[in-house]
Write a protein that binds this ligand. Structure first.
Ligand SMILES: [Zn+2]
Length: 239
């Protein structure tokens, strides 16, 4: 995914109309901006959602088996978020499904909410499986201690259109120890809002300092899509 795409998830940049989080191209208008964005309005399984913890169905979910390792990475500011494109070779196995980590990026506040509460920040780790399906792991951040794993990028966050090259970054260092999670089907949270995305939201949160948050918010004060209806979906949780 090239840094110049200007869209966190763009598969086909040529078809993308300008969109934003506020103003006349905000989420309420995404479906009208481009025919390709029809799912933003019509799909019944859109993301993000609120996770009602008591309503989540306990299930023997497959473990999230992360094989992330240190390597080079590019940090890009694409006009919608700050996105990290690590070198190839990081994978996530969930049962029989294996996906390659394409990129991870951030939203403030968190797009997913838990019991109605949005966290200050979320990281979305986007994987693509051999079947072409996307599988996203969400890691919620609460305000607290300085996050050492984020420090190399959050001390030098690139401005829009700019790129920061990291010689050595291990996305695994961002992950908490406990990988139990909430699972549901959803969509991209940005146009074209394509559904069929497997979502896994980690129960354990990470911490980020007030200073680190404010560094991100200097670039993006708000880049979260509103909560979408759950409709008939069931959220499962590791038992
Ligand atoms: Zn995202």
């Amino acid at each position: 995914m090239a840094w110049s795409i200007g869209c966190a998830y763009a598969e086909n940049p040529a078809s993308h109309a300008h969109w934003s989080y506020q103003g006349s191209t905000d989420p309420a208008h995404w479906a009208d901006l481009d025919k390709a964005n029809a799912a933003c309005r019509l799909s019944q399984e859109q993301s993000p959602i609120n996770i009602d913890v008591r309503a989540a169905k306990k299930a023997p979910l497959a473990a999230l088996e992360f094989s992330y390792a240190a390597g080079t990475a590019e940090v890009i500011n694409n006009g919608h978020t700050v996105q990290v494109n690590p070198a190839a070779g990081n994978t996530l196995k969930v049962g029989e499904d294996v996906g390659h980590l394409l990129q991870f990026h951030f939203h403030t506040p968190s797009e997913e909410s838990v019991n109605g509460v949005r966290y200050p920040l979320v990281a979305h780790f986007v994987h693509k499986g051999f079947d072409g399906k996307l599988s996203v792991v969400a890691l919620l951040f609460k305000e607290g201690r300085r996050n050492q794993a984020l420090a190399p990028m959050f001390t030098a966050l690139p401005t829009e259109g700019k790129l920061l090259a990291l010689a050595n970054m291990n996305p695994g260092e961002l992950l908490p120890a406990d990988h139990s999670y909430f699972k549901f089907m959803g969509s991209l949270t940005t146009p074209p809002c394509s559904d069929g995305v497997r979502w896994q939201v980690l129960k354990q949160t990470a911490e980020i300092s007030k200073q680190q948050l404010s560094a991100f918010r200097k670039l993006y004060t708000m880049n979260a899509r509103p909560i979408q209806p759950l409709n008939s979906r069931v959220v499962e949780v590791s038992d």
